[in-house]
Design a protein around this ligand. Structure first.
Ligand code: NDP
Length: 287
């Protein structure tokens, strides 16, 4: 007998989550501010609640997937959360998650925050590799794991309710840098007789080959020795950067996506750290 759960929010992500639980045979109560979005799910077996209060009453496990933290506060302003297990999959900042955890505990609920590392088509598709970071109540996570593991993989990152959001945002921030790099690379080749579709696999293979540099950086941060195992040192890389910047100029491409990082590398080099890799840039960002 699978336990009933309630899901608040039927946007693109909420709808994908709902379908995964329904497909797994979980009794599901759903609520959405715009009630018409619940109609297709009713046909698939979900119980549609008209009010948040009704939805929250229906199950002990309440999963929330709304637009942002403010909508969570708004939607649950008057709900009785006593004895509930609240799982918030709404994207927010670490501070928002910590404040939301205190808010939930004051109202008598256990609280778990989640950061979804997947897009809706990856939900309910284990082979896609999508997963959710969770942090907050370990007791809640353990008690509800079988239901939480249905839509996507689960990675628990600590009792601090802010840690799921922090992990989520750290990965998204790294992805932002990657998108910047991909944009610049395509800009460089754009006006030439180079087919983007031929260039793309080269770009993917190179980024994939370079990504494990994160392990070397982790080793530097753990040991405090930023020179350990460095094969491309900062002095060489800064020299190489001038070639990157000159090529951008030759190709008529703005270097504005490169210069924030190249400037930090130069500052670190000027501090006398030519034998390091890029790890020292992290010190400049955090001091
Ligand atoms: P959508 O824009 O598709 O849906 C937003 C949902 O929030 C709708 O159900 C909407 O209700 C509801 N909502 C907005 N404001 C309020 C409010 N004030 N009160 C009550 N309900 C409100 O977003 P997604 O479903 O895509 O995203 C939901 C969450 O999942 C977000 O936090 C997002 O960051 C996260 N996420 C999404 C991913 C994606 O690729 N889509 C990937 C990873 C995380 P209504 O229908 O009435 O407008």
């Amino acid at each position: 007998e699978k336990s009933r759960l309630t899901l608040l929010g039927l946007g693109a992500m909420g709808t994908a989550l709902a379908r995964a639980w329904l497909a797994a045979g979980h009794p599901l109560t759903v609520w959405n501010r715009t009630s018409s979005r619940a109609e297709p799910l009713a046909a698939e077996g979900a119980t549609v609640a008209v009010t948040v209060a009704e939805a929250v009453t229906a199950s002990d496990l309440v999963v929330i997937c709304l637009l942002d933290d403010a909508s969570v506060g708004e939607a649950l302003a008057d709900a009785d959360l006593t004895g509930k297990d609240l799982v918030n999959l709404t994207t927010g900042t670490p501070a928002q998650a910590r404040a939301r955890a205190e808010w939930a505990e004051r109202r008598g609920a256990r609280f778990l925050d989640g950061g979804i590392m997947a897009v809706p088509p990856m939900i309910g598709a284990p082979e896609s590799g999508g997963y959710v970071f969770y942090s907050g109540s370990r007791a809640l996570f353990d008690a509800r794991h079988s239901a939480l593991a249905i839509p996507a993989g689960t990675v628990y990152v600590g009792e601090d309710p802010g840690f799921a959001a922090l992990h989520d945002v750290a990965l998204l921030s790294a992805m932002t840098g990657m998108f910047a790099g991909i944009s610049h690379a395509f800009a460089l080749i754009r006006k030439e007789d180079i087919a983007p579709k031929d260039f793309a696999p080269l770009l993917v293979d190179w980024l994939t080959a370079m990504a494990p540099s994160a392990y070397e950086i982790a080793g530097h941060l753990e040991s405090g020795d930023y020179t350990r195992g460095v094969v491309s040192n900062l002095a060489m890389m800064v020299e190489g950067n001038s070639t990157l910047l000159r090529t951008a100029e030759e190709q008529g491409v703005s270097a504005e996506l490169l210069t924030p990082f190249t400037a930090l590398m130069e500052r670190r080099l000027a501090g006398g750290h030519g034998d390091e890799g890029t790890t020292g840039v992290i010190d400049l960002l955090t001091r």
